[in-house]
Design a protein around this ligand. Structure first.
Ligand SMILES: [Zn+2]
Length: 106
């Protein structure tokens, strides 16, 4: 179970970082590409922004919704504030039991 779940947690976090890091290069490439084709890209860029926000929200939710293979709690979500779960999707250890996301590599 740990051998399958910890790599999945790492993959989900990497996907989240890739979406975040890919936003600006994608916007710039699309804008420059459309300008090179003689097309005004300004009307399309807000749609591209919304697409990235949806992708980021889905990837963030998937990263946050991963359960720890040791304690079965949400790996990075700690508590509920007014009914909303809060946490840190960038944490490298389970916030409940301390299992490292790299423990399967030892
Ligand atoms: Zn745990």
């Amino acid at each position: 179970m740990i051998e399958r779940t910890l790599p999945e947690i790492r993959r989900r976090r990497t996907r989240l970082i890739a979406i975040l890091a890919g936003y600006l290069p994608c916007i710039i490439t699309v804008d420059l590409g459309l300008k090179a084709l003689g097309v005004d890209g300004d009307p399309f860029l807000p749609y591209l922004f919304v697409l990235f926000m949806v992708l980021f929200a889905v990837a963030g939710w998937r990263a946050a919704a991963t359960r720890c293979p040791r304690c079965a709690e949400l790996f990075c979500m700690t508590r509920s504030v007014m009914g909303i779960q809060v946490g840190n999707v960038w944490t490298s250890r389970c916030v409940h039991c301390g299992l490292s996301v790299h423990d399967d590599r030892q």
